[in-house]
Design a protein around this ligand. Structure first.
Ligand code: FBP
Ligand code: MG
Ligand code: MG
Length: 334
C-alpha cells in the first residue's frame, strides 16, 4: 500500500514508490501482530544467534523474513539485513539496495515498549556487498517505522523529513501535516549509564558535567532518558530535541560501540541531518563513514546540533582537563 501523502506535500519519488509501498505493507502486518502481544504468537522467545552473536528473538526472524519476502518487483536488487550474514539478491534488474534492521529494540518485545524497523535505500551497483560498503552520502532515502502507541513511518527522501501515521480504521498510512523537526534547545540526554565505567574519558566528562546540573560547570539541570530502543530514542529526539550517545567502550566487542553503521547509524544520521540535527561518532560525521564490513559498528552520538557539537569539544580537550572532575570546563557553560 502506498502511503497517502498530504495535499501540501510533494509526491513520494516515483522510483521509490514500490519499495516504500512494500515496506508499509509489512510494517502494517507487524504492527497488528505486535499489538496483539500475548494473544498472538510468542514473539520474544530466543530462537538462536545472528552472525554478530546477538540473540535473535522470534520477532527478529519473522520481521526479516517478511521484509525479504515482500520485495520482489519493487526495484530492489540487493537486500542486506542485520539478521543475515550475507547480502541476498532479490531482482537482478533492480536498481536499488535496501539495508534494514528488521526489528530494532528487540530486548523490549516482551515489555510492551516501543520497538521499530530502520531502513536505508541507496542505488545498487553490480557488487552485492560493495554496494553497502560506501559512505552514507549515497543514501536516497532512509527512515524508521515505530511500533508504539502510534505506528508511524518517519522518512526522508533527501528533502526534509515526513511522517505517516498508521490509521488502523482506514488501514492506511496517512501523512501528518507536520513532521518532527529537532528543536534547537533541550535539556535531555540519553545514554546507558550502567556502562559509565567503560566509556572513553570525553564521554564521561560530558555526562559528569550534565549530572552536576546547576551546581556544575554547565550551570543548568538536565534530565535523562534510556528506552533501549534506538527508534524510540530517535523519535523522542526528533520531536523534542536532546542528545543520544552510544559511544565506544572498554568492553570486549564494544570497541566501536554497539550499533551497526549500515543498518542503524547511517539511516538514522540521514534522518537527523534532514531534521536539522547532527550525527557523529564523537569526532567525525556518521554519513562520511565507510563501513569496513557489512556488520561494522560505530559509535553514535546524535541529536540537537549544538549538543552534538559540544560533545566534540570534549574530545578536543587536553587529557588533564577531561580527567579532572570539572577542571576548567565551567568556562564553556551551557
Ligand atoms: O541494551 P543496550 O546496551 O542499552 O543497547 C540498547 C541498544 O541496542 C539496540 O536494541 C540494538 O538494536 P537491536 O535490537 O536491533 O539489536 C538499540 O535499539 C538500542 O539503542
Ligand atoms: Mg537495532
Ligand atoms: Mg534488530
Amino acid at each position: 500500500m502506498l502511503p497517502m501523502t498530504h495535499a501540501s506535500r510533494a509526491p513520494i519519488p516515483a522510483p521509490l514508490r514500490p519499495v516504500i509501498s512494500a515496506l508499509c505493507d509489512v510494517a502494517a502486518g507487524l504492527s497488528d501482530t505486535i499489538s496483539r502481544g500475548p494473544l498472538g504468537p510468542a514473539l520474544a522467545d530466543s530462537v538462536g544467534n545472528n552472525t554478530d552473536g546477538d540473540v535473535q528473538k522470534a520477532l527478529d526472524v519473522m520481521a526479516d523474513e517478511a521484509f525479504a519476502g515482500a520485495l520482489s518487483g519493487t526495484g530492489v536488487r540487493w537486500y542486506a539485513s542485520e539478521e543475515r550474514e550475507e547480502v541476498i539478491e532479490i531482482d537482478v534488474n533492480g536498481a536499488l539496495a535496501l539495508a534494514i534492521d528488521p526489528l530494532d529494540g528487540s530486548s523490549n518485545i516482551d515489555a510492551n515498549v516501543s520497538i521499530g524497523t530502520i531502513f536505508g535505500i541507496q542505488p545498487a551497483t553490480d557488487d552485492a556487498e560493495g554496494t553497502f560498503l560506501r559512505d552514507g552520502n549515497s543514501l536516497l532515502a532512509s527512515g524508521y517505522f515505530i511500533y508504539g502507541p502510534q505506528t508511524a513511518l518517519v522518512v526522508t527522501f533527501g528533502d526534509g523529513v515526513r511522517q505517516f501515521i498508521w490509521d488502523r480504521e482506514a488501514r492506511q498510512f496517512i501523512e501528518a501535516e507536520t513532521a518532527p523537526c529537532i528543536p534547537d534547545t533541550s535539556s535531555e540526554f540519553a545514554i546507558n549509564a550502567s556502562n559509565y565505567r567503560h566509556w572513553p574519558k570525553p564521554v564521561r566528562a560530558y555526562i559528569d558535567d550534565c549530572l552536576a546540573g546547576a551546581e556544575g560547570p554547565r550551570g543548568k539541570n538536565f534530565n535523562m532518558r534510556w528506552v533501549a530502543s534506538l527508534v524510540a530514542e530517535t523519535h523522542r529526539i526528533m520531536c523534542r530535541g536532546g542528545i543520544f550517545l552510544y559511544p565506544s567502550d572498554g568492553r570486549k566487542g564494544y570497541e566501536s560501540g554497539r550499533l551497526r553503521l549500515v543498518y542503524e547509524c547511517a539511516p538514522i544520521a540521514f534522518l537527523v541531518e534532514q531534521s536539522g540535527g547532527k550525527a557523529t561518532t564523537g569526532t567525525a560525521r556518521v554519513l562520511d563513514q565507510v563501513p569496513a564490513h557489512l556488520h561494522a559498528r560505530t559509535p553514535l552520538i546524535f541529536g540537537t546540533a549544538d549538543k552534538v557539537d559540544r560533545v566534540a569539544t570534549y574530545y578536543d580537550l587536553p587529557d588533564t582537563e577531561v580527567s579532572a572532575l570539572f577542571g576548567n570546563r565551567g568556562l564553556f557553560r551551557a
